[in-house]
Design a protein around this ligand. Structure first.
Ligand SMILES: *[C@@H]1O[C@H](CO)[C@@H](O)[C@H](O)[C@H]1NC(C)=O
Ligand SMILES: [Zn+2]
Length: 269
């Protein structure tokens, strides 16, 4: 199992893992560049009722998404279709997000992997710097259970062995992902997949809006193929190596429009 190797040793077998545009990263909020050219996304198919297959991939469990789930917008060059989503978490009360904000690690992180059209798979997309669009959400611990995460957690409990799979019937991505109109604020940077081969083909979007999970839900676990608990499944943060992290300028757009409008009124008078 390649991914069970210590991440420090990935680069020996997968040269990209030692590249200059690696993920995840720590986002230093005082150093982000505000960019007014980062518009909201348009999500397609998030409210469709679908049956999703969940498969234990040894290092993680993937929730396969159908081609009807897609996105455009977000300053990405084209249409992207969803491939799968998965989670990163810690264990025994330790936080396990991949990205950190000003050094803070969050309990869990959701990644939704999208492939640019017309590519069919990661191998085809890997030579395009924006061949993959990865949407990331950080979780914060709340006192109440997330109403829709139990189906996801129960499915993880049914795929405890490497290669095993199960189906979640009647699932809607909108049950766990907020609608695009509530996701104006996000960070954007260019990076990589966070497991080998660490392909440097990812336009990352990390939303400011966090999702909630209760402590009861966060302690649920899956298992590695070795039978060990599947815990601490996150890669350490990687150097920025001169990259810039951008932040969308969401609510400010409306304000400047209003200023412009008043400006015109006064000019006419
Ligand atoms: C989901 O699976 C059920 C049971 O197999 C089936 O009846 C239903 O049509 C499926 N729904 C979709 C959207 O494929
Ligand atoms: Zn991931």
């Amino acid at each position: 199992c390649l991914c069970c190797l210590d991440p420090i040793r990935w680069a020996a077998q997968f040269p990209s893992c030692g590249g200059l545009r690696q993920s995840p990263i720590n986002i230093v909020t005082s150093k982000v560049h505000v960019n007014s050219a980062l518009p909201p996304f348009e999500f397609i198919g998030h409210t469709n009722t679908i049956n999703i297959t969940v498969k234990n991939k040894g290092h993680s469990a993937h929730f396969t998404l159908p081609q009807s789930v897609r996105l455009t917008g977000g300053a990405l060059p084209g249409q992207y279709r969803a491939a799968q989503f998965h989670f990163h978490w810690g264990g025994d009360g330790r936080p396990g997000s991949e990205h950190t904000i000003d050094g803070e690690r969050f309990p869990m992180e959701l990644h939704i992997v999208h492939i640019k059209e017309p590519y069919g798979c990661l191998a085809e997309a890997e030579h395009d710097m924006a061949g993959i669009a990865l949407l990331a959400f950080l979780f914060e611990e709340a006192s109440d259970d997330h109403p829709y995460l139990d189906a996801v957690i129960a499915a993880l409990g049914r795929v405890q062995n490497n290669g095993s799979s199960t189906v979640i019937p009647n699932f809607r991505l909108s049950d766990i992902v907020p609608s695009a109109k509530d996701l104006h604020r996000y960070y954007r940077y260019v990076g990589s997949m966070t497991t080998p081969g660490c392909e440097q083909a990812v336009a990352w979007t990390l939303f400011h809006r966090t999702l909630s999970i209760s402590s009861r839900q966060v302690t649920q676990q899956c298992r590695f193929w070795t039978g060990k608990p599947m815990t601490d499944i996150f890669r350490p943060t990687q150097p920025l190596d001169g990259r810039v992290v951008y932040q969308s300028k969401a609510s400010a757009t409306l304000t400047s429009t209003i200023h412009l409008w008043f400006g015109c009124v006064f000019t006419v008078r």
